[in-house]
Design a protein around this ligand. Structure first.
Ligand code: ZN
Length: 269
């Protein structure tokens, strides 16, 4: 699942493949960029901000531009050596191909693909809260934003990228389990938001640099999470059956014993 750590890893893959290189051919397969040609442009760097990818380029006239993409649930970038077989995904999912003398970068099922002047990146990412893996990570500001609406459930607030940039559904579920907090608890009733924010940051940072996401410390298949993806399986701590239910626009997983319902919370049913 593409969360902040996955996007950070992807940005690094693109950076290693393309940074400092000149684009020798580009092929955009999305309507809004169908006539865009980046041939002769130079890749300055690749960076992530929350779940957004920013590929920064310089045009032949010296102007700085940013190719923005978002992976959402299913997007991916892959880097291949020239001539290597593209093994990532079916070809019909390709949205862009960027070739340089040393690498071919292929973007699959990308969302929000846009080319904007680098000076205007904020149009696309300016709304985001502090980036858990960013150089400007600011836990106090993240806590302030997370607590902005005390009535909202903590399960929904943690996914709001305007509060914390980088937490997706997997880390949301796992952080709430590890802190013993029901996803339905109103933000204002969560005892230690600072501790929760700090744990979320540590979990993402610990998973940076590898593709297997784990909150348990184990990288063995089927043992990487406490509750996420474990509906109807026994809780690793207490043996109670893990539950799964919709919360807001997403599903959530939780242990009803380790994460007791808050008296002020709307019932999960
Ligand atoms: Zn439990």
């Amino acid at each position: 699942m593409p969360e902040g750590d996955t996007v950070w890893n992807t940005a690094r893959v693109l950076h290693r493949a393309l940074a400092g290189s000149r684009i020798t051919d580009s092929d955009f397969r999305v309507p809004q960029l169908a006539t865009t040609d980046l041939t002769g442009w130079t890749v300055r760097e690749s960076a992530s901000r929350g779940k957004h990818l920013l590929l920064r380029l310089t045009a032949p006239d010296g102007a700085d531009w940013t190719l923005h993409s978002h992976l959402r649930m299913d997007g991916a970038w892959r880097a291949y050596a020239p001539g290597e077989r593209w093994s990532g995904r079916p070809a019909h999912l390709i949205r862009v191909v960027l070739r340089s003398p040393g690498a071919v970068a292929v973007g699959y099922h990308l969302h929000e693909l846009a080319l904007v002047p680098t000076a205007e990146e904020d149009r696309l990412v300016g709304h985001l809260g502090p980036d858990l893996l960013g150089p400007d990570w600011d836990p106090a500001e993240a806590v302030r934003r997370l607590g902005a609406d005390p009535e909202q459930t903590i399960g929904e607030a943690l996914l709001d990228q305007r509060a914390l940039a980088g937490v997706g559904n997997l880390y949301k579920c796992e952080v709430l389990f590890l802190r013993g907090v029901s996803p339905w608890t109103p933000v204002g009733a969560v005892p230690d938001l600072t501790g929760m924010v700090s744990l979320a940051q540590r979990l993402l940072a610990a998973n940076r640099g590898r593709w297997t996401q784990s909150s348990t410390g184990s990288l063995h298949r089927g043992q990487t999470s406490y509750v996420y993806g474990r509906r109807a399986q026994p809780c690793r701590r207490c043996g109670t059956t893990i539950r799964k239910q919709e919360l807001g626009e997403r599903v959530t997983y939780w242990c009803p014993v380790c994460q007791p319902e808050h008296p002020d919370a709307p019932s999960p049913g």
